[in-house]
Design a protein around this ligand. Structure first.
Ligand code: RAM
Length: 916
């Protein structure tokens, strides 16, 4: 080989190495989840992320291999599906279309991509498993005790002990695979040979058990041993045995006594299968240490009743009972694809002090949902009582009036065996402070750990700014949202409510997604909402409908559509829209048939719920529980839904409906203008801030009048409200974006940074570590006064990410296939640093501003593009990584307007600087 040939060969080797090295593929998902167990659709959708340190990466083709075992996949033996090389830029939501999948199948898969800058290696393998697709797949029987025991008390504050079940069994052959399927209602904890299985707590996710029930799957292949094994299951009440019994004429749904369905499927290496199922060969007792467990009232534990070794082989269960075969619940069984709750964090208390002799107040320093772990050394029978609350009274006592009749108490009776550790299993508390009485000796902070218990959700956004108040509000939002994810989004975690109210999340769910990967939870929730729908079309205000509230209104019930839309916008998933289109259409028709009069939706329930009283004094001591139904609000939302339905009709293949919705929207818009517009006040209805904001936000204002209505909005904020908002739940959902879109980001900023009433900052100034239910939460009548409610966040988080950080999905290519990056420059805000894990990869935006210069680092994931709006009066004022960009073909100039240059860029990291 001569020199030239050697050089050519080296060059070829180098080029092929770099072609591979440039692009890799990972982050594999099935149905947008990592390695899910229990998929129940036959064509699950697959996705992946492409990584590269090169810019402008586009996928041009992909190939997927799916095999029934990990070994087959490793050998490229794709016995389920080999897609072949498919030319496509799609890297999310690609439907499996291989061999027909069966119940409990395992699928191992990998993917390889081709891009404009080379191809990847095969990805690391990922997997999913199928759920039990047919009722006949369940061989187990429901067991339980359909009665109260002498120590139980089924009066109003129902007290029921936990039910314990156990089973020993022998596995005679070598195990190839073992999977357990379990439904423990309301809540269960599973253990095997004395060890808790998995990290879930308070499982499964709650549903309306008349409609559907979630089962969990555990892979026990590694935990089971050949020979003798023992299973233990403790079952608690959850929402199944309702927190309140005999609530005469009241709304609460009760389902019955706790019960269990369990099935272990063991496949031996010789090809045979063995089942261990719940039946009357199990043993059970209700006389264990958990004497009572009630979500509102708390858990009582008598350590003297512990049964050491009850879930291990050889335990003497001769005095345990034979469980009864109990009626199976009505709901259909579904694999739970949203995550269970888990202990997510531990909090060390900040202080403990003696309030009065023997009564201690422990401060955790943060309001949150979860429980307290304790270590205690006492005498048998010592009874420790812990009461939980969110704030203290002026005299330092625990404040519990706002819990209404929720007793929110934990009781621990000491066993007397040296240092004992305990935490509850089947309840949670919403609290920052704990009152402790009956402690043997004097407690110290080291005796306690706060355990934060919420859905195990990935945090996929980060956000911080140069403004300390904004950062604190973000912190409070984070903790508030986390506290209220309980397998469903509840309104509050502390009082005798904790209901998944639809109206609290209408827009909030969209903002929350910037912080938490909540898509699986909201996919479940949109199903919960659909299950709440009655045959006539009405949808509940609370879903799952534990409370029977069917008050018929647009702003709460329409969350049905809004959640499906949020999932579509953030993840590109049309499935919830397709699945529920018929139900949404039915609900709208139902509302129209009953309440539509000449284009006006006359029925509303809550109005602009929890609107702030004009001053603190005006609202002092007053109950906020006032409803002011408003046809303006319901009509504005109705119009918005008619617009959404046009889009949904298209996305779900119901094009024939589009014209009807369009025509109807036109009529409603006209009727809205005629009915509500008042020329003399240059605004709508009673000229309230919320009314004018809705008119603008929903696109109901004729073009010629828009400027003056926006003027009225600003005037209300500036003059009437002295620089504050005056919106309740409804107006706050749109206020920040409406101001910003209409050229008043500065006013949005003022509202966001206010520290006087009413504002988020006012809450912070008054000690809030979460978000309050009421703007005047510290002075209103305490009956309805939660200190951990998320509904007042409105569209604030959306504004933080979309408008301050400039991370927004384009609605032309949803799910962040195309990203719009347009940070607002606001006087007083000097820097923002944010990131968001989109389906395609992490989007980052970090900027700083001085009087003369704007500096901005961004990351755009591979296989997406971004429209980047850089503040600069001309292209010549912009540099990227220190180099002028004028004349560089890599940067496609889309437009120059309003002091901004808008470029279209491909994936990669960029560092922009511009002259201001
Ligand atoms: C209350 C809660 C909830 C709200 C309903 C209307 O009980 O505050 O958040 O949605 O009322």
């Amino acid at each position: 080989m001569n020199d030239k040939q050697t050089l050519t060969l080296l060059l070829i080797l180098f080029l092929s190495a770099t072609t591979f090295g440039q692009v890799s593929v990972g982050g594999l998902t099935c149905e947008l989840l990592k390695d899910p167990a229990g998929i129940e659709i036959l064509q699950p959708r697959l996705g992946w992320k492409i990584e590269s340190d090169q810019r402008d990466i586009h996928q041009t083709a992909f190939q997927i291999l799916v095999a029934s075992t990990a070994e087959k996949l490793a050998a490229d033996d794709a016995d389920c599906w080999n897609s072949g090389k498919i030319d496509s830029d799609q890297s999310q939501l690609i439907s499996y279309s291989g061999k027909e999948l069966q119940s409990a199948d395992n699928c191992f898969w990998k993917v390889k991509v081709w891009t404009n800058k080379g191809e990847s290696e095969w990805s690391e393998p990922a997997q999913w498993s199928m759920g039990l697709l047919y009722f006949k797949d369940w061989r187990a029987r429901w067991i339980g005790f359909d009665k109260a025991f002498p120590w139980d008390d089924d009066s109003f504050h129902a007290r029921l002990s936990a039910r314990y079940f156990r089973k020993e069994f022998n596995l005679k052959k070598a195990i190839q695979e073992a999977k357990a399927y379990i439904i423990g209602l309301g809540l269960y904890e599973l253990s095997l040979n004395g060890e808790k299985v998995g990290e879930s707590v308070l499982a499964p996710s709650p549903t309306d058990y008349h409609e559907n029930i979630k089962y969990n799957i555990y892979d026990l292949t590694d935990e089971l041993k050949k020979g003798e094994n023992a299973l233990g299951v403790v079952v608690g009440n959850g929402r199944y045995y309702a927190t309140r019994q005999h609530y005469k004429g009241y709304k609460i749904k009760n389902f019955g006594f706790p019960k269990l369905l369990f099935q272990l499927v063991v496949k031996y290496t010789d090809g045979t299968t063995e089942y261990v199922i719940s039946n009357n060969s199990w043993k059970g007792t209700a006389d264990g240490p958990i004497r009572s467990n009630n979500e509102y009232d708390g858990e009582e534990y008598d350590a003297r009743k512990e049964m050491p070794g009850w879930d291990t082989v050889g335990f003497d269960d001769s005095n345990w009972l034979e469980p009864e075969y109990v009626e199976q619940p009505d709901g259909k069984y579904e694999a739970q694809l949203n995550t269970n709750m888990k202990v997510l964090k531990e909090i060390k208390p900040v202080s403990v002090r003696e309030q009065s002799p023997g009564k201690y107040i422990l401060d955790l320093g943060q309001n949150f949902a979860g429980w307290l772990h304790l270590n205690v050394n006492g005498n048998a029978g010592d009874t420790i009582t812990m009461r939980f609350g969110e704030i203290l009274q002026d005299d330092g006592e625990l404040f519990t009036t706002n819990l209404r009749d929720a007793q929110a108490t934990a009781q621990y009776i000491v066993r007397g065996a040296g240092v004992e550790s305990w935490e509850p299993k089947f309840v949670y508390y919403g609290f920052r402070y704990v009152e402790i009485t009956g402690w043997p000796g004097k407690p110290t902070v080291d005796d306690f750990i706060g355990k934060v218990v919420s859905d195990d959700m990935a945090v996929h956004g980060t956000f911080s700014t140069s403004n300390a108040m904004i950062n604190q509000i973000y912190h409070n939002a984070y903790w508030g949202i986390l506290s209220n994810y309980k397998g469903m989004p509840v309104d509050c975690p502390q009082r005798n409510e904790r209901q998944p109210w639809l109206g609290d999340r209408t827009v909030g769910c969209y903002g929350e997604n910037f912080i938490f990967d909540n898509a699986a939870l909201y996919r479940k929730w949109v199903d919960d909402i659909a299950y709440s729908q009655k045959p006539d079309g009405t949808v509940s205000d609370v879903a799952p409908a534990y409370w029977r509230y069917y008050s018929d209104n647009m702003s709460w019930c329409g969350t049905f559509l809004m959640v499906a839309d949020m999932l579509y916008q953030h993840t590109g998933d049309t499935e919830p829209i397709i699945k529920h289109y018929a139900g949404m259409k039915k609900w709208l028709s139902y509302m129209e048939a009953r309440y539509l009069e000449d284009g006006i939706m006359t029925k509303d329930s809550y109005g602009d719920w929890c609107e702030p009283p004009a001053t603190i004094e005006e609202g002092r001591g007053k109950s906020a529980d006032q409803k002011y139904p408003s046809a303006l609000i319901s009509t504005a939302y109705y119009y918005h839904y008619l617009e959404l339905m046009q889009r949904f009709a298209k996305l779900s293949g119901n094009e024939q409906d589009i014209a009807g919705y369009q025509e109807q929207a036109g009529k409603v818009k006209d009727a809205f203008q005629i009915t509500f517009y008042k020329a003399e006040q240059k605004g709508y209805g009673d000229n309230k801030l919320t009314e004018n904001i809705l008119a603008v936000a929903m696109g109901l204002v004729p073009d010629l009048k828009k400027e003056e209505v926006v003027g009225t909005i600003v005037k209300t904020i500036e003059e009437t409200n002295n620089g504050h908002l005056s919106t309740g739940v409804i107006g706050t959902q749109w206020i920040m974006r409406t101001l910003t879109e209409n050229g008043h980001a500065d006013w949005a900023w003022k509202l966001a940074t206010n520290t006087t009433y009413p504002s988020w900052g006012y809450m912070v100034e008054n000690g809030a570590t979460t978000i309050w239910e009421l703007w005047n939460g510290n002075t209103a009548a305490p009956k309805m006064n939660s200190y951990n409610h998320v509904m007042m966040l409105g569209d604030l988080l959306i504004w933080f990410y979309e408008d301050l950080a400039g991370i927004k999905s384009s609605d032309q290519a949803v799910g962040y296939k195309q990203i719009e990056m347009k940070p607002q420059l606001i006087e007083g805000l000097d820097s923002v640093n944010a990131s968001y894990k989109s389906p395609y990869g992490t989007i980052a935006s970090s900027w700083t501003k001085t009087k003369k210069k704007f500096e901005w680092s961004i990351s755009v994931p591979a296989n997406t593009s971004a429209l980047v709006s850089i503040p600069a009066s001309s292209l010549n004022d912009i540099k990227e990584s220190g180099k002028a960009i004028a004349g560089n073909a890599a940067f496609n100039v889309v437009k120059t307007e309003d002091g901004r240059v808008v470029l279209e860029v491909g994936s990669g990291s960029y560092h922009w600087t511009s002259k201001l």
